[in-house]
Ligand binder design. Structure first.
Ligand SMILES: Nc1ncnc2c1ncn2[C@@H]1O[C@H](COP(=O)(O)OP(=O)(O)OP(=O)(O)O)[C@@H](O)[C@H]1O
Length: 542
């Protein structure tokens, strides 16, 4: 909570304005009936001021109440939405640092839920917690001082009432909802994770008839979510009912106390009427806090999840004060690496001279893709070193490293958008000629121009109808378009038929001399294009 509060520091001025407007607004709301009572008492005594003054005072207070409440809400929401934008910016910046190594193990659904609904829930904290609490504290002081001027005993009873509603009710809410707020947040994340997972694995679910089991899982998680939500709403209804009852109780207490003080001569009838009306109308700022006990827990849970992401240390730190390189070949020396547990690479050394195509073959799981990712510096090596142009990758500026390398992984991810958009990811300023040349080299041009909308065909429209081979060739076209001097191709032909494989291999062969290629494949036909081939077995290279 302190750290979330810390974020509001640059907004302190607007926050003070919100609090000032809130206090003045509640003063208008509370003193409107008080002033009206005063006029009524004056009328009874036969000394009513002119009606114009009476109407002016009452209408003035009512209009001021509306305007001040509007100003308070505007300030609060200005602060909240500025801060939400700032928090989103921090979270996306952090995700960029954490990707891909630290995001590999994250539950995607939870992550999406944190980025979207958790950040949004902070609005409750920034717009509906900080200033209402401050306003309630100030109003408690103002009202107690005002009532003490009429009768200290009445002021004391009112203060106890304010504490019961403003402090007791949030505590009751927190007690009744227990950890339902935290559970609701966590459960919402789990549910989105499972739904996302089920959607992505839809064909497996259908193929193995796992629909009922999957549905059962989603039902169970939904039930847990609605149980937690049910506990939350039941707690807030109880709190709302109890608050209403307390307000009536304390108003009656003030009235009866006032009556007895009038009888004992310690208070005038006018004083009793004004004190009772003032107390009855003064609970607004405290009622605004009553539900904090149920809502704040969820908000704090969301804040904790966001802060946990912001606190996570990236596996690989971005380099901005290192060296820029001109690519002239790459090498690995004595590289050892594990993902945490078992060793995946052990003492791996290889040379990829400039302009050459170097192949790596080996059985599944021997660590070929891992080595590719280490060349990209998605992870840092545990032992040994990887260097580009003789400079260790961990001292090369990340921007320069990314500009020097292009990676085609086994699975090509296509963003929602047109084929052209997906290709331009690799090089936003590419001309149509460059796009065509890259697609021709990847043997995908004929497929694209054969589509009714050509390069403007939406990938989303195609959905799963795009074959594995077509996606793979689009991935290759992207890499060719990227124009990096060093291309890392991880199984670039695994989904291609021999005709398309032939076209792609001829394109790779044409790269000889102009680009350097590290080519991973288990296909002898693909390996034939390499100048030199390393063999990988159980994390070792020969
Ligand atoms: N992100 C990861 N976290 C933990 N372990 C991983 C991760 N990625 C890969 N591994 C493990 O590292 C080992 C090497 O995997 P890698 O993908 O590098 O092998 P590969 O030779 O490319 O296999 P294939 O030819 O099947 O793609 C495997 O045992 C794999 O389970």
């Amino acid at each position: 909570m302190w750290r979330l509060l810390g974020l509001t520091r640059p907004m302190a001025g607007v926050m003070l304005l919100a609090i000032a407007c809130g206090v003045l607004g509640f003063c208008c709301a509370t003193f409107l009936p008080v002033v009206a009572t005063r006029f009524a008492l004056d009328a009874l005594a036969g000394s009513l001021p002119p009606m114009g003054a009476v109407a002016g005072a009452l209408v003035g207070l009512a209009v001021a109440r509306g305007a001040l409440h509007y100003a308070e809400q505007t300030c609060n929401h200005y602060i909240a939405f500025k801060l939400l934008a700032h928090v989103r910016d921090l979270v996306f910046g952090k995700l960029r640092e954490l990707a891909p190594a630290k995001l590999a193990g994250h539950d995607r659904g939870s992550l999406v839920s944190t980025i979207t609904s958790d950040v949004e829930l902070l609005e409750v904290f920034f717009a509906h917690t900080i200033s209402p609490v401050s306003i309630a504290v100030v109003m408690a002081v103002v009202m107690t001082a005002f009532l003490a001027g009429i009768s200290p005993k009445v002021a004391l009873v009112a203060l106890v009432g304010y504490l019961c509603v403003g402090v007791g009710m949030p505590l009751l809410g927190a007690h009744l909802s227990a950890d339902a707020g935290r559970v609701t947040r966590a459960q919402a994340g789990r549910l989105s994770g499972i739904v996302l997972d089920s959607l992505r694995g839809l064909s497996q679910v259908l193929q193995f008839g796992a629909g009922d089991a999957r549905m059962g899982l989603i039902d169970d998680e939904s039930r847990r979510l609605s149980d937690a939500q049910g506990r939350l709403s039941s707690a807030s209804s109880t709190v709302a009912a109890a608050s209403g009852a307390l307000i009536m109780l304390f108003s009656l207490a003030v009235m009866f106390l006032g009556g007895s003080l009038v009888v004992s001569g310690e208070m005038t009838v006018d004083g009793m009427a004004i004190a009772t009306v003032a107390v009855m109308g003064s609970f607004g700022p405290f009622v605004a806090l009553a539900n904090l006990g149920t809502t704040l827990q969820g908000t704090i849970a969301s804040g904790a999840r966001i802060l946990a992401i912001l606190d996570e240390e990236p596996a690989v730190a971005e380099v901005t004060d290192g060296e820029d390189i001109e690519f002239s070949g790459t090498s690995a020396h004595g590289v050892g690496f594990s993902y945490g547990g078992e060793e995946v690479l052990d003492n791996v050394s290889l040379e990829v001279p400039q302009g050459k195509v170097v192949g790596i073959e080996g059985r599944s799981g021997s660590g070929k893709s891992t080595l590719c990712r280490l060349f990209m510096r998605f992870w840092d090596v545990d032992r040994g070193s990887i260097a580009l142009s003789g400079t260790r990758v961990d001292v090369i500026n990340t921007r320069s490293l990314r500009a020097s390398e292009g990676l085609v992984e086994q699975d090509t991810f296509l963003f929602h958008g047109s084929i052209r958009d997906n290709l331009l990811v690799a090089r936003p300023d590419a001309t149509q000629e460059k796009i065509e040349a890259a697609c021709r080299a990847a043997s995908v041009r004929d497929f694209i121009v054969g589509l009714p909308k050509g390069y403007d065909t939406m990938v989303g429209e195609l959905g799963d109808t795009l074959s594995g081979g077509e996606r793979q060739r689009l991935g290759l076209a992207r890499a060719f378009l990227h124009d990096a001097p060093f291309l890392i191709l991880d199984e670039p032909t695994s989904n291609l038929d021999s005709l398309n494989e032939g076209v792609v291999l001829r394109s790779i062969a044409r790269l000889h001399g102009s680009r350097t290629v590290l080519l991973v494949s288990h296909r002898p036909s693909t390996m034939a294009v390499a100048d030199q081939t390393y063999s990988m077995d159980s994390g070792r290279v020969s």
